[in-house]
Write a protein that binds this ligand. Sequence first.
Ligand code: MG
Length: 253
Amino acid sequence: MNIIRFLHMGKIHCGALENGVIKFIEGNIFDTYFVTEKTVDLSEVKILPPCEPSKIVCVGLNYKDHQLEMNDFADEFPKLFIKPSTAVIAHGDSIVRPVGVNRVDYEAELAVVIGKKARNIPKGKANDYILGYTCFNDVTAREIQKQDGQWTRSKSFDTFAPLGPYTVTGIDPSNLDIRLLLNGEVKQSSNTKNLIWGIDFLVEEISKIMTLLPGDVISTGTPAGCGEIKDGDTVSVEIEKVGILTNYLTGGV
Ligand code: MG
């Protein structure tokens, strides 16, 4: 099922999206809910981010080819960092290039949406705590990342966390094609089978560090081919069975 969060007639709802039609959901998608027969066309709603994470736990350097292009390696343990919830935007929203920041990069990533409070989850049990999967663009001010030597400032600007367009449940995330398209041209192309650290391992290890809450997001890292987005560009993260997340870059004023 594709669980979409949206604004309709001034109210926030969740729904099940199929063939451009949304069936309204009653209840809490992280607890008990049911899909009603009440519908609205996708074209009549404003798509919202699929969840409201308290934190986005990102994994750096989780594809070998990306480690090589960055000349940065994390072979012992995944390089983790957190993006703030205030950076999240939805499918169709604009990424705003901050004033004074020259270079803004895209990073196509598969994101995990946590479904249940998770702490110390043992190996093999991650699936019980996952609601589903969505697309993520780990937007990065690359020059600032290199200048600072750590990643908080470069990754945390408002609008630097496009997420969506919806959460897909009931799929196997271990063998999905992932691509990034810049103005329609393929810039990144890989498959989630190339992840160095898989989702089971990430949930196990991250939940040893911090409690994961319903709606929290783990983003699994980007493959090779990162590059720059320029003002006016259209950037899409496309993941097999998961969807297409499209955003635009505008210069800040
Ligand atoms: Mg990344």
